[in-house]
Write a protein that binds this ligand. Sequence first.
Ligand SMILES: Nc1nc2c(c(=O)[nH]1)N(C=O)[C@@H](CNc1ccc(C(=O)N[C@@H](CCC(=O)O)C(=O)O)cc1)CN2
Ligand SMILES: Nc1nc2c(ncn2[C@@H]2O[C@H](COP(=O)(O)OP(=O)(O)OP(=O)(O)O)[C@@H](O)[C@H]2O)c(=O)[nH]1
Ligand SMILES: [Mg+2]
Length: 432
Amino acid sequence: MTLKDPICAIATPLGKGAIGVVRLSGEGALEVASRVWRGKDPRKLKGGRFTLGEVVDPETGEVLDQALLLVFRAPRSYTGEDACEFHTHGSMAVLRRVLEALVKAGARLAGPGEFTFRAYMNGKLDLAQAEAVLALVEAEGDLARRQALRSLEGSFSRKIAALEDRLLSLLAHIQALLDYPEEGVEPLEARRVIGEVLEEVEALLAQARSSRLAQRGARLALIGAPNAGKSSLLNALLGYERALVSPIPGTTRDYLEAPLELFGIPLVAVDTAGIRDTLDPLERAGVERALRIAEEADLVLYVADRSAPRPSLPPLPPRTLKAATKADLPPLWEDAEFIPVSSVTGEGLGQLKEAIREAFLGRGEGEYLLSERQIEALHQARERLLEAKNLPEDLMGLALEEALKALASLRGRKEVSEEVVARVFQNFCVGK
Ligand SMILES: Nc1nc2c(c(=O)[nH]1)N(C=O)[C@@H](CNc1ccc(C(=O)N[C@@H](CCC(=O)O)C(=O)O)cc1)CN2
Ligand SMILES: Nc1nc2c(ncn2[C@@H]2O[C@H](COP(=O)(O)OP(=O)(O)OP(=O)(O)O)[C@@H](O)[C@H]2O)c(=O)[nH]1
Ligand SMILES: [Mg+2]
């Protein structure tokens, strides 16, 4: 994967789109392009310019599509190499032929993540930024998008670089003290510096939870007695009529899942059968499922009808919010633990959503989207820093160096093995 040979790939989704993009990058990319292009010679085009022309099969001359060609000249491209993009019509029929033409003209099909790998190798991105590219491509909610973008734009890397810098100065200072004890090198404030770096590392580690939430999402289960208004509340949260609603208790039998993005968190909301004792075997199976789903959910929303006699609570897991539905009708009971909501008027929905946000992101939403690799490296740094802090100053050096290595591995370059880099890029898709 360290070659500079021209590689090509379809960069847009493999489906139908108004426009599709085929990427080409590497030494000689513009020669390859010139063999499949009828129009202005790509080798003579300025970087950063589009031109309209035709893609042709280099063997038969058959015209494959009318397209725009965008040329980049090294080092001013995503990969840092000579590169170009064919913006064609977006069908697989077109894209496949264009890709085939590029292979006939001398390019090789790119492997997963190979464009971004080259960008990394050519110093366009560091490893944390490359991981952010992956996270942006995979983002399923606005929270993941926001967090990953900050890392892509280098804010995370700059923060890490600053911490590395502090440790490096500290190490230099310790070394000077050891080497020239008689020179009157100023006394160290090693423990204070370590403490401050540690604090920042711990603040980053505290974002692990919200990173995982942003990437993996969470399950929100609605449970309660029959007719409590669970399905109506699900529909109200979704903003469309997903679940069947009726005044007949026992309407929802099987459970039902629907994607629901709240505050940028990709949730799956699960509507369940009303919980009651019943002899109907089908309904009973539904009730059993409901209880299991509640147990496995990340957050349970227990729903009770405030216009009906108060039901007795089923066993509820610790992560449970309570909502009193039908707040538009005269209440038969009050309980401050329940958030009053009406699916008919929309009253209380805002408070309910806010309570859901608080349950998931109570300690803040986190600035960056941390990958598992980054979380692991931060843990390593934290442990070594704690170790250093408890050692006498002349023995701190080794632990500090290890902490520094762990931090430096976040940005990559010399501090990570090829294996680690390969693992980062193996999660990418072809064309990225
Ligand atoms: N058509 C298209 N859209 C895209 C991308 C792409 O490669 N092609 N991107 C790819 O992921 C993202 C944008 N990121 C990019 C980052 C750097 C460069 C680039 O060419 N950088 C050069 C020149 C910058 C300039 O012209 O000012 C450089 O950094 O030297 C291009 C895209 C998202 N949208
Ligand atoms: N006035 C009023 N009626 C509601 C409200 N929410 C639900 N209802 C009515 O209550 C009845 C039951 O609603 P559902 O949403 O089907 O209740 P459920 O909890 O899903 O019931 P099961 O699926 O049987 O467990 C329906 O007739 C709804 O129109 C509300 O906020 N206000
Ligand atoms: Mg229902």
